[in-house]
Design a protein. Structure first.
Length: 242
């Protein structure tokens, strides 16, 4: 899964990297510990080619359009690639509201099945420090209680491979630039196109270019957001609380 990440670049920098229209949105402050329901950036396509793009803001945790309340949001931060085409919570978003979610890195906690101490947090990022593009979905929801219009989003995950599988059995789906336009196309997917679209998310080496290291358990609390959180620690050394 992916339950926390970092995003430390500005809207203008993201607009340049993802070649979007000039941002007209409020800025999201840099965050070294992004948690569910936090406002985050996402990129969507504005035309069927997916080459005309815009940078938008959504709350992390997808609320299906048909939901009667927002209780699902914190539970729908991730969408499994194996079921996004069928699961009611994600099916309609997969058809026509596909997105990219930019991150500068993400945190994962070791499971008891790997070689690391269970629940040990790790920071995973590009070795060259460049932002990552995660495949995602977005949805629009209107609060029936007050008419508030809310945009929410979810990160798509897949089975972990390579060295990442020694930490956790799931990982985000990262998309290289040559697949962005096809994934962001605003054209609604028909049943006959589902398999072809899902193949965009199936990369031969999805962990290529990534590196990771253990970090302090201070990241466990969403109240902590300092720039020191992604810094490496040596396993076995005592940690300080302050």
């Amino acid at each position: 899964m992916c339950g926390r990440f970092t995003l430390t670049v500005s809207a203008d920098e993201l607009a340049r990297q993802f070649r979007t229209a000039k941002p007209t949105i409020d800025s999201v402050p840099p965050n070294f510990n992004v948690s569910p329901t936090t406002p985050i950036y996402f990129i969507k396509g504005e035309d069927e080619s997916g080459t005309q793009r815009c940078l938008q803001i959504a709350k992390w945790g997808l609320i299906p359009a048909w939901s009667k309340d927002a209780s699902r949001a914190s539970n729908a931060i991730n969408a499994r690639v194996e079921s996004i085409a069928e699961k009611p919570s994600f099916r309609e978003a997969f058809k026509s509201r596909r997105a990219l979610i930019p991150v500068t890195g993400y945190y994962e906690w070791a499971t008891e099945l790997g070689p690391y101490p269970p629940k040990q947090p790790f920071y995973i990022h590009n070795a060259d420090q460049s932002p990552l593009a995660i495949a995602g979905l977005y949805e629009h929801w209107v609060n029936p209680a007050n008419g508030e219009f809310i945009t929410t989003t979810a990160i798509i995950t897949r089975e972990a491979v390579g060295q990442l599988a020694t930490i956790h059995h799931r990982m985000p789906v990262f998309l290289p630039e040559d697949r962005w336009s096809q994934w962001l196309s605003s054209k609604s997917i028909q049943s006959s196109d589902e398999e072809r679209t899902l193949k965009l998310l199936d990369l031969p080496n999805p962990e290529a270019g990534l590196t990771f290291h253990p970090v302090s358990s201070r990241v466990n609390s969403a109240l902590n957001s300092g720039s020191d959180l992604p810094e490496p620690i040596v396993l076995g050394e005592p940690e300080t609380l302050f």
